[in-house]
Design a protein. Structure first.
Length: 118
């Protein structure tokens, strides 16, 4: 099993910044990708940013490109999301996500609330 612990959510004003962190523990051998998804009220969960463990390649949702940056620390099995130029539409619960090729499955964190006021 893999456990994901998120931190760093909170309240920000439009144009401000927040940084999310997620640390994986447990059976972390074989991480393929880690990343962040979000879910706003009455909307489906959507991918925000992901990073591939083997080569640091990244992919982003179009709406966050140029504003959000995903990074990782492989020694700490951690992934980060630097969110700049925040907009009210970024308000959502942000979930840390991990896909393990060793386990053949994905894992989710509990989620952290991000609220951006206008």
């Amino acid at each position: 099993q893999v456990q994901l612990e998120e931190s760093g959510g909170g309240l920000a004003q439009a144009g401000g910044s927040l940084r999310l962190s997620c640390a994986a523990s447990g059976r972390t051998f074989g991480i393929y990708k880690m990343g962040w998804y979000r879910q706003a009220p009455e909307k489906e969960r959507e991918m925000v940013a992901r990073i591939t463990w083997s080569d640091d390649s990244t992919d982003y949702q179009d709406s966050v490109k140029g504003r959000f940056t995903i990074s990782r620390n492989s020694a700490k099995n951690s992934v980060y999301l630097q969110m700049n130029s925040l907009k009210p539409e970024d308000t959502a619960i942000y979930y840390c996500w991990l896909y393990s090729y060793a386990a053949g499955r994905e894992y989710w964190g509990q989620g952290t609330q991000v609220t951006v006021s206008s």
